[in-house]
Design a protein around this ligand. Structure first.
Ligand code: G3P
Length: 220
């Protein structure tokens, strides 16, 4: 499974990228707004940090405006994936942009039926929102499972990107469900490292090693 960071924060992206395990980035208008720079500028800076798919979302809501905006965003860098919302206009824009060779990530997916629409429109990525479904009393991960199964049944090439992941367990369950990509906040990526037995074991190894060498008489 590819790991994407779900953030537009440059410090978080630099730190994540330095670990050598970040395959791409997803942003949305909320995440861009938090950083305070115009989207084109922020996305360009992100492309300088991470060499992988970088999702940039349109804020237009009508098909022809989405297409224009999508084309403008795609011109920023070769790694840009244009994000369109799962609305009628968004699916129309997805079909048009995909036909013209621009890769589209269809976002705000909450049902398997919506995911079928995105795949049929030629989307490069579908983004089911796991955490937001959990928030309203559904099991978000069931949606990821259903979509991966349906796409397999019909050999759709659209990649399933598990989004709105809120915990390491969400990441693991996405991988078990067969998601191609998991996008997560920096905090969740960081938490994936943690286990008390790793810390305890390393501490013991270092103590044993230091003790052995302190006690070994120096030759010569
Ligand atoms: O970028 C879309 C998605 O990952 C947002 O997550 O936590 O705001 O539901 P969240």
């Amino acid at each position: 499974m590819k790991f994407f960071l779900d953030t537009a924060n440059l410090d978080e992206l630099k730190k994540g990228a330095s670990w050598g395990i970040v395959d791409g980035v997803t942003t949305n208008p909320t995440l861009i707004a938090k950083e305070g720079r115009p989207i084109e500028e922020q996305i360009r800076l992100i492309c300088d940090i991470v060499d992988g798919d970088i999702s940039a979302e349109v804020v237009s809501t009508e098909t022809s405006a989405m297409i224009e905006e999508g084309k403008r965003l795609a011109r920023i860098h070769k790694n840009i994936v244009v994000k369109c919302p799962l609305t009628r206009d968004g699916i129309r824009a997805t079909a048009a942009l995909s036909k013209s060779g621009i890769r589209v990530n269809v976002t705000l997916c909450f049902t398997a039926g919506q995911a079928l629409l995105a795949a049929k429109a030629g989307a490069y990525i579908i983004s089911p929102f796991v955490g937001r479904l959990d928030d309203v009393g559904y099991t978000g991960m069931d949606l990821v499972r259903s979509i991966t199964q349906i796409y397999k049944n019909y050999n759709f090439k659209t990649q399933v990107l598990a989004a709105s992941l809120r915990s390491p367990t969400h990441v693991i369950d996405s991988a078990l469900a067969g998601a191609h990509i998991g996008t997560m906040p920096f905090k969740v990526l960081d938490m994936l490292f943690n286990h008390p037995l790793t810390d305890k074991g390393l501490d013991q190894f270092l103590k044993d090693y230091a003790k052995a060498f302190q006690e070994t008489p120096v030759a010569g």
